[in-house]
Ligand binder design. Sequence first.
Ligand SMILES: *[C@@H]1O[C@H](CO)[C@@H](O)[C@H](O)[C@H]1NC(C)=O
Ligand SMILES: [Zn+2]
Length: 229
Amino acid sequence: MADHYFNLCTLLTLSLSFHGISAVDYQVTNCVADTPGGIRFNNEIGIPFTKQLMGTVNDFIWTTVFQQNNPDDRKPVDTVNLYIVELEVDEGVTWGNNNINISSSFLQGYQGDLKFAYTALLYHEMTHVFQWNGEGQTPAGLVEGVAEYTTLRANYISPAFAKPGDGSTWDQGYDFTARFLEYCDGIVPGFVAKLNAKMRFAYDVKYFEELTGKPVDQLWQEYKAKYGH
Ligand SMILES: *[C@@H]1O[C@H](CO)[C@@H](O)[C@H](O)[C@H]1NC(C)=O
Ligand SMILES: [Zn+2]
């Protein structure tokens, strides 16, 4: 009993000191531990690695992507729950305020460096937990673009990731919009952090012009021209 009590205290102390004063709790549950995807998760990734990664990603989002050094600027989240579950197609999905589902069939079928792909996926899904979305008014393409921008900034991108200048519209989403946001960040340092802050309570496409002095359509044309498209 004494040993058990000591171990619990040690764990609590470590988790509090690791995450500083803004402690977020990370709960990871493998709901399909006896399926091929769940077994591969336990063998190649595992719950301890996932919890550590969630802390690293969380800090990266606050510090580097959204630059929310003041805790009052952050989306209030006490706990992030991650579940390994059956999902037919999606690699992962973020739902509710603070829940992430990772597809066991994705884990089962992925060919290549699974840990790399899983890490990239967590940068994306964790961004959904912590980003502002204009109380639901931000267009889906921009929401997904910001999530992929985090994976781009963290340099967890695959060779298939869009190159600078790719894409047909600024709000096409995912890696295409991420590359455009990278360009905007080059014009106005901290652009994505500033845009995210503006989207706390509402969304307006004019935010692009307020931050850069140019409407988003002009920014997109100049972006395409810069890369010769
Ligand atoms: C996530 O998985 C949980 C547990 O299986 C399920 O109840 C929930 O509906 C799933 N949500 C989504 C959006 O897939
Ligand atoms: Zn997404």
